[in-house]
Ligand binder design. Structure first.
Ligand code: FES
Length: 92
């Protein structure tokens, strides 16, 4: 998977969370809830590869709405990687 705009690439096993993959790429990623899908700070934008991801559960959409997070972002702390992705964050 690839992280933009740095272009850093890492390989991770299927089932690895997107947050763990970002950390493997040594990119900072916000988290304030112990990776329990409560704070929405870990939201990342999927630029390519959305079709490889599980559909967003209602619970994820709900917590993003409560935290006023862009509905297009996916919460990386629970999102498992299943294929090639290109990802970015506003603060990278
Ligand atoms: S780390 Fe809090 S929602 Fe993902």
């Amino acid at each position: 998977m690839k992280f933009m705009p740095s272009g850093r690439e890492v390989r991770v096993e299927a089932g690895t969370t997107l947050l763990a993959a970002a950390r493997k790429a040594e990119l900072p990623i916000a988290s304030a809830c112990g990776e329990n899908q409560l704070c929405s700070l870990c939201g990342l934008e999927i630029l390519k590869g959305t079709g490889t991801l599980a559909p967003e559960p209602d619970s994820e959409a709900h917590i993003k709405e409560l935290n006023r997070v862009d509905s297009e972002l996916r919460l990386s702390c629970k999102l498992e990687v299943a294929g090639d992705l290109v990802v970015t964050a506003q603060y990278w």
